[in-house]
Write a protein that binds this ligand. Structure first.
Ligand SMILES: [Zn+2]
Length: 212
């Protein structure tokens, strides 16, 4: 048994074992399985550390930090698809955290806004384009929509996979038309994201990974 990077349980078993058989073994050992999951998740969720080589989430994947001295006064972050390179004058945890956070914010502004405008283009009830968006680092909400049509998205979403970002964005776009979670709201959501139920469960179970 092991946990995947998002904390889901992965069971390694011989190829010829059926899912039902594996399920029956797991259910005979529930307390052992639960103990394993909770210790492994605790290990995964330990407070982030910002040293060289520590892993940080971006769009649903974890990447190691590479720390280099800054050439000038300004710090700089670049991402090559494999590592997050941070050039800064100081490499203590607090300085690196701030630089990384600035990068997350810049990426969130770009990526979340692009997803918002793309999905809004598929919603025929959206009248104002581009849809106005703001970012906030929030503890409990992924997004909200004001009656004036401003969509606020949680900056931490940049750590989640695109499919998760899209599901939050689709939800808020439906609020541009229906402020409440009534039948009409879910009819729109069904149109924009037929997969919303599974996406919502996934976001709930992975929330603590993104909110740190
Ligand atoms: Zn809502």
């Amino acid at each position: 048994m092991e946990l995947d990077k998002l904390g889901g349980l992965v069971v390694i078993a011989p190829r010829h074992w059926s899912e039902a058989y594996i399920g029956s073994i797991l259910s005979e050992n529930t307390s052992r399985v639960q103990r394993f999951i909770s210790t492994a998740r605790q290990r995964q969720a330990t407070p982030l550390n910002y040293g060289a080589g520590t892993m940080h989430l971006y769009l649903g994947e974890r990447y190691p930090l590479e720390l280099k001295p800054a050439l000038g006064r300004k710090s700089n972050v670049s991402f090559n698809g494999h590592e997050i390179h941070i050039q800064s004058r100081q490499h203590d945890a607090e300085s690196v955290r701030k630089v990384l956070q600035g990068w997350y914010e810049a990426r969130a502004m770009k990526v979340l806004n692009a997803r918002l405008q793309t999905i809004a283009a598929r919603a025929d009830w959206v009248r104002i384009t581009p849809v106005p968006m703001k970012l906030r680092r929030m503890k409990r909400t992924w997004g909200n929509c004001s009656s004036s049509g401003l969509i606020k998205l949680n900056t931490h979403l940049i750590k989640a996979p695109l499919s998760v970002i899209d599901s939050v964005v689709a939800h808020e776009i439906c609020h541009l038309q229906e402020m409440n979670h009534g039948k009409a709201f879910y009819a729109l959501l069904e149109q924009l994201n037929p997969n919303w139920r599974a996406d919502r469960l996934r976001l709930r179970s992975d929330a603590r990974l993104y909110l740190q």
